[in-house]
Design a protein around this ligand. Structure first.
Ligand code: ATP
Ligand code: MG
Ligand code: FE
Length: 345
């Protein structure tokens, strides 16, 4: 089948097309980040409006790309599609609604199946983009702007959350620390760039819950420690060593992530470890997992850098599995702000 998948849960409007083998014929992302940057974070009302403006063009671009990939005259006609899929949850409800309404309209007009996908499950499936043979069982670390989860993936669609953050998400901590340093939004890429020039051992920031005995995380104390450090430097008229702060903050995050991943791998005996979410693009985190997995004899799968953040390619791969299983959604299915990964639908 040819499936068009749409993603609009946050501030990326994205569309992708997959064929029946899971190859992505198109994978288009329009980011709104420039419109939100001046406000220091995503403004939900702006996100909804920008999705409305972008969605037709993004889908058209995906159909152009798909035709090119098939060596056929562009664009691929809408009536060549066999299903339309969309992220229905979790995310900003006003943003999700745009993709859901558009996808429903297309499925109804074309009289083809409508499929809904969970965004977090999408981030897990992003691992398949670079590694089509990747298969569970696996332990997955999902680290994004809104989530910090350690998950045991017994099979596709069968997820057990082993631990999660009790306060801020990892990506959120990167964004808040970047804001305190005046590095703009989003913070993750900026912090990892500065960190590359800094000394990760320069400042001893707290590694919260590293030995808590469970697989939960806490990031807000670390964020506060960094903000206090920065304010203290400024108040005493000292320069803020931005690169050292970034490197030391990033190292504190990575140390805890690695310690908990090690425990999760030991507890589950899973042969494979993988990552998902925007923070999975962090080079020091990726390198640390390479070392951990080599040391433990565990296979490591990482999403391609371009598929760590929000994209529709990952949604297309979730949709293909649901298409194969005949799991279609009614046209009165709604967007939902919250959804549990353990019961994705
Ligand atoms: P969720 O997936 O939980 O709904 P989201 O979709 O907003 O949240 P993503 O788009 O998956 O989140 O990830 C965005 C986050 O990734 C941002 O917080 C951003 O700062 C972070 N990020 C991106 N690149 C890096 C990097 N190199 N290092 C650290 N964090 C990064
Ligand atoms: Mg985003
Ligand atoms: Fe996301």
């Amino acid at each position: 089948p040819l499936i068009l998948a749409i993603e609009s849960s946050c501030d990326e409007t994205a569309a992708a097309v997959t064929d029946g083998t899971g190859r992505l014929l198109a994978d288009v992302i329009a980011s709104q980040v420039d419109f939100h940057a001046r406000f220091g974070g995503v403004v939900p009302e702006i996100a909804s409006r920008k999705h409305i403006e972008a969605i037709c063009g993004v889908c058209d671009a995906a159909l152009e790309e798909a035709a090119a990939a098939l060596g056929q005259p562009a664009p691929l006609p809408w009536n060549r599609l066999d299903a339309v899929a969309v992220t229905y949850a979790p995310g900003l409800v006003g943003a999700l609604v745009v993709g859901v309404a558009f996808a429903k309209g297309a499925a109804w007009a074309l009289d083809i199946p409508f499929i809904v996908a969970n965004h977090l499950e999408g981030h897990l499936y992003a691992n398949k983009i670079g590694a089509p043979d990747f298969a569970p069982p696996a332990v997955v670390s999902l680290v994004s702007g809104g989530n910090t989860l350690l998950v045991h993936m017994a099979d596709w669609g069968r997820y057990q959350v082993l631990g999660s953050t009790i306060d801020d998400a990892v990506g959120e901590a990167f964004d808040k620390v970047a804001k305190a340093l005046g590095l703009g939004y989003p913070g993750g890429p900026a912090i990892s760039r500065f960190a590359a020039q800094g000394n990760p051992a320069a400042i001893d920031f707290p590694r919260a819950m590293m030995r808590s005995g469970n697989l939960d995380f806490s990031l807000s104390g670390l964020k506060t420690a960094v903000v206090n450090y920065v304010n203290q430097q400024r108040q005493t008229g000292q320069a803020v060593p931005v690169a050292d702060v970034c490197a030391s903050f990033q190292q504190a995050v990575v140390d805890v992530q690695i310690a908990k991943a090690r425990t999760a791998l030991q507890q589950t005996g899973a042969p494979t470890f993988c990552l998902g979410g925007g923070v999975a693009a962090n080079p020091v985190l990726r390198e640390a997992y390479q070392q951990l997995c080599a040391e433990m004899g565990v296979q490591l799968v990482l999403p391609p850098l371009s598929s760590c953040g929000d994209n529709a390619g990952m949604i297309a791969l979730v949709a293909l599995d649901r298409y194969r299983a005949g799991k279609f959604a009614p046209l009165d299915a709604d967007a939902a702000a919250g959804a549990n990964l353990e019961e994705p639908y």
